[in-house]
Design a binder for this molecule. Sequence first.
Ligand SMILES: NC(=O)c1ccc[n+]([C@@H]2O[C@H](COP(=O)([O-])OP(=O)(O)OC[C@H]3O[C@@H](n4cnc5c(N)ncnc54)[C@H](O)[C@@H]3O)[C@@H](O)[C@H]2O)c1
Length: 254
Amino acid sequence: MKLFDLHGKVAIVTGAGSGIGQAIAIGLAEAGADVACFGHSSNGGLDEAAGKIRALGRKALALQGTVTSAADLSNAIDVIEKELGALTIAVNNAGIGAGGKAETLEQESWQRVYDINVTGVFLSCQAEARVMLPRKKGSIINIASISGSIVNRDLYQADYNSSKAAVIHLSKSLAMEWVNRGVRVNSISPGYTLTPMNRRPEVADQVKIFERDTPMGRLAAPEEMIGPAVFLSSRAASFVTGIDVVVDGGFVCW
Ligand SMILES: NC(=O)c1ccc[n+]([C@@H]2O[C@H](COP(=O)([O-])OP(=O)(O)OC[C@H]3O[C@@H](n4cnc5c(N)ncnc54)[C@H](O)[C@@H]3O)[C@@H](O)[C@H]2O)c1
């Protein structure tokens, strides 16, 4: 399927050390891309992702940094362009879960969510666009959430939900700002997904509720985010910009 082929393309995935980011990084490599895995995980997840990408015969980099630092992002992109070539695909996936009752939520924890989930995505887009716009070539995909469009029943997470709504609208805003300059910007909104966050024994009961509330009756596997990411990265999506692709097993229908 040449339409979806990513051979010769260079990608960055933020938060590629675990979960959805790691699955997408490996998935882009399966479609042919060379991939830089950027993040600040200390558990070896970035190296693990890079190792799996190299095992597929593609080039990979594991780059430590935080998305809250414009300098870390710009240094990483310098290294990517030097080692792998021109960056044309970016998946801005790094994000944190959060929550707490709104009336008692500490400003500090609210701010941390916004720093990573919103400012981190903006700084990532900015650094990536700085190399993509002059070449008029690029696809940026921001990982939002269904929580950016719906409110998860019985979960108190005004901070997380509103941060993800910001990611969706930031993506549309940048898509329109760059619409005539060769850079497409879209978001993917996963539904409940079986990442380490949702495998903890203490959330086992909550996960049963997620399964019950998802029309398909189960959580997504992280690998189920690969198809939409490859599509949006590829020539198959050449006329697609400013959309939010909801990948949720039907969740937002109910
Ligand atoms: N798991 C779900 O059910 C679900 C549903 C919808 C959306 N999402 C979103 O998907 C994305 C990935 O989540 P996940 O479930 O795979 O979680 P995860 O915790 O496994 O992955 C998040 C990754 O981001 C990295 N990260 C966190 N802060 C960072 C920073 N400041 N700089 C660089 N890297 C940083 C972490 O080290 C980690 O590798 C997040 O944006 C999350 O909000 C997840």
